[in-house]
Design a protein around this ligand. Sequence first.
Ligand code: ASP
Ligand code: MG
Length: 370
Amino acid sequence: MFSVVKVGGSILRSTEDYVKTAAELRNLIEEGERFIVVVSAAKGVTDKLLKYLNSSSKAIDEVKEFYVNAAREIGGFKLVKRVEEEVSRVSSIQVKYGSVNPAICDYVLSIGERLSKIILRGALDLVGVNSTELDARDFILTNNVHGDAEIDLEKTEPRVSKLREFISEGVIPVLEGFIGSSPEGFVTTLGRGGSDYTATAIAKILGLEKVYLVTDGPGVYVANPSIIKRVEVIPKLSYSEAYEASLHGVKRFNSKTFKVLLGSKGIRVYVGEWGKFSTVIDDNTGDEGPKIIATSRDESHLRVSIIGEGVYRAKYVVKAVSSLRDLGEHVLGLNVNYPRPSITLLFKDEEGANEAVLTLYKALLKGDDT
Ligand code: ASP
Ligand code: MG
C-alpha cells in the first residue's frame, strides 16, 4: 500500500529547503514508505503571481529570480533554461486581474506549482531518489470554474490509477497540487490551499490509507497561536470536524480538502512536520465536545467558532455563553450551526473576539470554570 505526501509551500522557502525536502522523502523511502508526491508552489509565490495579475511586473521578476536561482543551484543549465522558458511565456502576457480571461489567470497562477515541481524533481535526483515528473493537467480533471475548480472524481479515476504503475516499478511520481484541467482543456486552479485538496482527492480515488500534509508546524492548533501562546495541537479530528474547521479559517485549509472525504472510510490524514505528525484526521467521530476555537471574519463581523462533534448541544452552548458573561457588550450574536459540528459567536471588535478566544479556551478546552 502506498500513500500521498503533500509538500506544502510553507516548508519551501529556499533552494536549500528543496534539498532538505528531497532528503526527508528519501528517509521515508528508506523506512519502507511508498508514495505519490504532490507539491505546492514555494512560499509566497502564489501571492506574488496574484500581485502580478494586479499589474505588478516586479512580482513576476521575483518569482523568476527565486526559481532560476534554485534551478541553477540544483540542476544547472538545462533546468535554468526550462524555468526561464516557462516564466517568459507568462511574463509576455499583458495581464490585469479581472480584465483578462479567467483561464489565462489560472495559467499564470499555475506556474508557481509547475516550477516548484521541476525544482523538487531536480532535488530528488540530487539525493538519489528515482522519481518521475508528471503534469497534473494530464491527471486531475476538473469542472471549468476557474480559480475555484472542483475535481471530477469519476473522470479523474482512470488517469490517477495509472500512478500505481510508477509506484510498483519503484519510481516516485511527483506532480503539482492546486492545478488541473477543464473539460475544454485549459488549466484550472482549485482555490487557495488547493494542493491539500489534490492530495486528499487522489487518496479518495485510489482508496489509500494515508495522506501526509507536510507543513511548518506540528499539526492543527486548538486555537490561534498568535492569541494563545504555547497552545496545544489537537491529536485527532473527524473529517466533519476538519471540514468545519476549514470553513472557519483554520490553517487556511481549502474546505474541499475535507469535503471530498466526508463519508469515506479508512483514509487517515496526518498533518504536521517531518518526524512529527501530531494531528490525525480520520473517519472516526471519536469523543463529542469542543476541540478547536477558531477565528475568522465575514464582511461585518469577527467570528469566533467552537468546533467539535455535538457542540450544538445545549450543555455546550450554555457553557460557552455563560463563560462570556463578562464580555457582554462585545458579543453581538450566536449561531448554532446545527447539524454541522460548530457554534459561532459574532463580535464587533478584535479586542472582544481575542478576549473571547482566551476565555473559551480556558472554559471549554482546559475545563477551567473560573
Ligand atoms: N500555492 C497555492 C496557494 O498558495 C496552493 C497551495 O499552496 O496549496 O494557495
Ligand atoms: Mg501555498
